[in-house]
Design a protein around this ligand. Sequence first.
Ligand code: ACM
Length: 265
Amino acid sequence: MKRIGYFQFKPILGDPGANRKVIAESLKGIDADLIVLPELAFTGYSMRDRAAVSELTETPAESQSIDMLTELCSAGNCHIVAGFAEKDEKKLYNSAVLVGPDGLIGVYRKIHLFGFEKELFDPGPDAPVVYDIGGLKVGMMVCFDWFFPETARLLALAGADVIAHPSNLVLDWCQKSMITRCLENNLFAVTANRFGSETREGKELTFTGGSQITAPRGVILSSASTDSDNVSIIEIDEQQARDKNVTPANHLLNDRRVELYGGLM
Ligand code: ACM
């Protein structure tokens, strides 16, 4: 059994120090195996241009945000996945970091950029991978990756028990879609969304809250409000994600007819 959850909040645009403070105070003394935070949890979402992103981003090797997460993980013996604006030389990525008691474990760079993100970030060049954290197998995807079923399927094929899914959702359909993503891949997902709104170029963006933990059969185990801070931690049996039989005669990965799927390329 493992304890997994999310922290839903409203990051302040352009103020990583203030966002670190909120996260550190809200997760102090946390008792969980895995906590997921929203996308771009330290910078906020609606950055003006690449110069503004570049000013606010950190490199994972030298990051006050990752140092703060490491302290939280070390105090609570837990792991945290957080959305993270990442700089790597001239490249800027909308990333998620996996941090544990000894520091950074992995980075995932969002592969499906949404709307104006295409002006701000470079698309992630690598397929998502799975990390073993004390017997729980965790993969990461970021927000709009949900729209592409291939992302969750890649993580299922790599053996994920849980998809950690930092998000800044603005469309209405993700939470419903995660029921299907979890059903068709027989795994858990923690969609950690933000709430509140931001304005960019005179246009207001409203984020939908409603963070959600979804279980293998598509069951919703936790659902947050649309407009307030929320910490939710629940217990799961990770073994449920490892039995990929739909019926005694049907295995959801082995029954795929990959020889017929060339048209997907
Ligand atoms: C999104 O991918 N942040 C909508």
